[in-house]
Design a protein around this ligand. Sequence first.
Ligand code: SF4
Ligand code: SF4
Length: 286
Amino acid sequence: MNEAANMNLESHSKPPRAEVPDPLKGRRQIGAEEKFCFGCHQDLECFTRCCQDINILLTPTDVLRLARRLEMTTDDFLQEHTLMPITKDLHLPVVMLKLGPEPDKRCTFVSDKGCGVYEDRPWSCRMYPLGSALPPARAGEDSEPVHFLFEEEFCLGHGEKREWTVAEWKADQNLSHQEELETGFREIVSHPWFIGGTRQLDPKRMEMFYTCCYDLDTFRRFIFSSSFINRFELADELVEQIRTDDEALLRFAFRWLRYALFCEPTMTPTDSATQAVTGATVERES
Ligand code: SF4
Ligand code: SF4
């Protein structure tokens, strides 16, 4: 069980340093080569203590995997198992796992035997005791995450002898596939468009971001029940993939968002779509 109030939220108020999100403030920052001691197993007295009264932000892949594990559509999963906190500082919607009732506020997936969704547990549960923050990217550069160590007193895992670097811990937790899949997501949330903190997406684009990143079943329905496919140059093979393969659809969603949110040339409109837009522009101007 590796779990906690982890956060990969980024702050975009002052480039290029990461402004540390509240849950990571005061935590010890840990360098790439630095070692930390940790171990987590069923014999520890604290077993499952960490699965209550926590904030667990879900990534797009977390939502997808949990929904599929529970045999739910993404829209049903989001409604039943998540919350979407709204604060004025957030420039993009975030999705949090809904916990059980007061006073314990236990994760609804935990039992005395441990995590009931272990193979599909969220990114932040795998990362614990590490947290990370992503500074905003400068144009043309990738943003590198900075890591922090959670050292809560109740967690006895810090007394274990085994030593890890950040990379070793991530490898042990099988994070590489998820992190590769979500490269496009990180590029969007740390996008230079947000640098300075003065730009805000309008409500329509916020909703588009939420649907594309988290509610993939609704995004798929939109793609295949509208003129979307005909409006862009898309290879038949890709269309088939996004119809049937969730991960292909997620990668495509990130690509589409860069076009739709930041006007990047990641999609090519078909001639007829361009003509339709030009015609509409001409009509408006005349
Ligand atoms: S060692 Fe820490 S992470 Fe593991 S079960 Fe105990 S409190 Fe949770
Ligand atoms: S998803 Fe699993 S590891 Fe994460 S808080 Fe819930 S029970 Fe714990």
